[in-house]
Design a protein around this ligand. Sequence first.
Ligand code: 7RM
Length: 529
Amino acid sequence: MANVFKQLGVKKGDRVGIYMPMIPEAAIAMLACARIGAPHTVVFGGFSADALKNRLVDAEAKLVVTADGGWRKDAIVPLKEQVDKALIAGAPTVENVLVVKRTAQEIHMESGRDHWWHDLQKGVSGECPAEPMDSEDMLFILYTSGTTGKPKGVVHTTGGYNLYTHVTNKWAFDLQDTDVYWCTADVGWITGHSYIVYGPLSNGATSLMYEGAPRASNPGCLWDVVEKYGVTIFYTAPTAIRALMKMGEQHPNSRNLSSLRLLGTVGEPINPEAWIWYHRVIGGERCPIVDTWWQTETGGFMITPLPGATSTKPGSATLPFPGIIADIVDQEGETVDGNNGGYLVVKHPWPGMMRTVYGDDDRFRRTYWEYLRPKNGEYIYFAGDGAHKDEDGYFWVMGRVDDVMNVSGHRLGTMEVESALVSHPAVAEAAVVGKPDEVKGEDIVAFVTLEGEREANEALEKELKQHVVQEIGAIARPGEIRFTEDLPKTRSGKIMRRLLRSLAAGQEIAGDTSTLQDRSVLDKLRGGA
Ligand code: 7RM
């Protein structure tokens, strides 16, 4: 595939967009990019054509690798069709589209621009020398949600990222040659990059990749895979564990899961109930659970147990990985002791840290290094999470303290969803918050004010939800839209999301409301709820 890329004019330093289902060619495409020094930007196949276009434009991608379609819960996701729409909407740097045949439905092939992988593959050699790279050369860009409407292109490098995913994967999962290791993430997320592709493969491990997902028509499919391939290490997200709990333990109980020896979780804090179920039903009470705290930005695990060396406590990611200097601090960067909550920070650089926001060094500096200002003038990395440390020095991550939501383990900015909503002609203003949800962790609640002549009704609510799906993707569909005449604002016009969060959760509004410009807004919102 690297030679095919070269034939299509891709050179060292050119960016390649990858929009693929969970098939081997997704990993092959990533590695083909790495082979020739062309940074990839993988876009999750659940993102809409619009979201894809924005990422291709920001990264100035020259080539897009996709498939005709992918399978998602018994239905075809028309990936190539989405690429066509993205390119019509405008991504002028894209010269070629390479299409892998997967679902074999009818698709449009634009002559001169679109090429079948199986055709071009025939014409190239199987030999492709690796491009010599500097350790600090860019390996990939991966977009992640932040506190503005525009996702950030997180930049990772060749040397540091590979070293860091290699050693963290090896130590935290105790990877052995005999292991069959399975991370259920999608390659479109950092977990798929670090712990399906780069970490396991640089360790020579067997990394299992699976296109399916548990669903009503096949609730036991994950356990069939564990049994069939003798999976020894299984790594998934708390939201998936909670969904599996709901489907019932008869499914795992009727399969042979005795090959499993180690379990992992990532994506959000794990609630004790899910931890205990995972330990008992999936791990047969014999598998340690590694709860790995990390981020797109950190490249690899930052706080995690090392199995056999760290005793675990359900709900805690335990201790920093060797070499990681993590702490809990206040706004001035002063250490907060004695179980008190504060900001989770990292005080010393590490190999896998992101190097910048693609094309926006200033945003990188502001977001991560200047949010907290220690008096001694030092720079510390602010992760965006709140946490506390217990008497044993164990870290308990509580969740985001910024305007980033975590919906089914997917990161989404409140502003991102708000921008999508206000781009609809009926919407005057929108404020989006997360509300606790039993399975998803958080669900999206949008407070919306309408343009003068528009009437709030069920049809419009449906239309607005669909509009967000079209702008971002199904993962961003609001669970609830509440129409309101006004939004609670400060005198300087800032929306007080804290109040909306309480309202959405059905809680009494606690804390200071003195900065509210018009107190009657709250009564109206309560009345309407
Ligand atoms: C790997 C990944 C990052 C955010 C992070 C946290 C949350 C992730 C845990 C966790 C508690 C964990 N990258 N988070 N892992 N919270 N315990 N073990 O998820 O960039 O998509 O999200 O996810 O809030 O800041 S991510």
